[in-house]
Design a protein around this ligand. Structure first.
Ligand code: GTP
Ligand code: MG
Length: 137
């Protein structure tokens, strides 16, 4: 089966939405292969989101992603990357479909509750960024 990588972002942890979001994820058929509460440093976030380094919101994004703990996880399911992005909905929660995690739990395009990898290749890179081999089951 396939894997994707997710982060429940600092706003989800702050608002107490970790439990409800994990419930939606497991109810949708994803198996948790790795999971932990952790906090990214500024250097971590700059590296993780390096693809966005020239975007006007980069500073805001790094500040947001490092302001408190996140839940990082590797999720397993057939067609994991695409199905997870369907489950979380559009980047901007105002445009996210009814019932999606971002529609339900995100406040704005800047604070949008969850991350989901955008390709199998990035899922692998992002999973290895956060987890050692012995933490993946
Ligand atoms: P991720 O799963 O987090 O990668 O989101 P995405 O793939 O739906 O969006 P994208 O990779 O384009 O952007 C990465 C993250 O940057 C988003 O999830 C937002 O947190 C943030 N972001 C994107 N666009 C904006 C914007 O216009 N303003 C602000 N403040 N943040 C943005
Ligand atoms: Mg993205």
């Amino acid at each position: 089966t396939d894997r994707t990588f997710t982060m429940l972002k600092p706003d989800s942890v702050e608002k107490g939405n970790v439990g409800p979001i994990l419930e939606k994820i497991t109810a949708a058929g994803f198996r948790i292969a790795a999971m932990k509460l952790t906090q990214m440093t500024v250097a971590d976030a700059q590296e993780f989101y390096a693809i966005h380094k020239d975007r006007p919101f980069f500073g805001e994004l790094v500040q947001y992603m490092t302001r408190g703990p996140i839940v990082a996880a590797i999720l397993e399911k057939d067609n994991a990357v695409e199905d997870f992005r369907t489950l979380i909905g559009a980047t901007n929660p105002a445009e996210a479909a009814e019932g999606t995690i971002r529609r339900l739990y995100a406040d704005s395009i800047g604070e949008n509750a969850v991350h989901g990898s955008d390709s199998d290749e990035n899922a692998e890179i992002e999973g290895q960024f956060h987890f050692a081999g012995r933490e993946i089951f």
